[in-house]
Design a protein around this ligand. Structure first.
Ligand code: S3P
Length: 183
């Protein structure tokens, strides 16, 4: 490739706890970068049915197994077909997923205080009439948050605060700028 040729767009993976805004920011970010947006939770649901149903029928273990496969397949496809990918909040619990993320060029961690996340997931649940299976009990939600923080830190190339002080559009702009600067 000569220096006059534009470089191929880099894929971006969004990680972070439930309610951090991965799907909303990811959709806007994909538009800014001119890339498709892929949400691995939606891929999982297209293949296996709703997340609530997977948890109810197969338990968390069955959900993690299905999630792992979809996430690893999606990440493997990114070199050929770059995209902005949003991962479910628990995808980083898998060591193989973390190993792939550690060498990925752009892994953006959307972070927010746990109180903000708890409020957001409950607002979303009231609107949709459903709810995330791991967001039913506040004490376990908070414990899971603490447990996951080091995992996001381990895989992220950058952290972006999405705590409500700035719009999702602004957060998407920050991520897009950092991706462009690093590419
Ligand atoms: C989960 C997060 C959810 C979804 C599932 C489990 C988790 O995705 O994958 O309910 O373990 O944190 P979001 O982070 O998009 O809510």
């Amino acid at each position: 490739m000569t220096s006059a040729e534009p470089s191929a767009p880099s894929p971006v993976v969004l990680v972070g706890f439930m309610g951090c805004g991965k799907s909303h920011v990811g959709t806007l970010l994909a538009r800014l970068l001119g890339l498709p947006f892929v949400d691995t939770d939606r891929l999982l649901e297209a293949e296996h049915g709703s997340i609530e149903t997977i948890f109810a029928e197969r338990g968390e273990e069955g959900f993690r197994e299905a999630e792992r496969r979809v996430v690893l397949d999606t990440l493997a496809g990114l070199a050929e077909a770059p995209a902005v990918v949003s991962l479910g909040g628990g995808a980083v619990s898998d060591g193989d997923v973390r190993a792939v993320l550690r060498v990925a060029p752009h892994v953006a961690w959307l972070s927010a205080p746990v109180d903000v996340l708890w409020r957001r997931v409950h607002r979303a649940a009231r609107r949709s009439g459903g709810g995330r299976p791991l967001a039913r009990d506040e004490v376990s939600f908070r414990a899971l948050y603490e447990e996951r923080l080091p995992l996001y830190g381990e895989v992220a190339t950058a952290e972006f605060r999405n705590d409500g002080d700035h719009s999702a559009a602004e957060v998407a702009e920050w991520v897009a700028r950092s991706v462009r600067e690093a590419s």
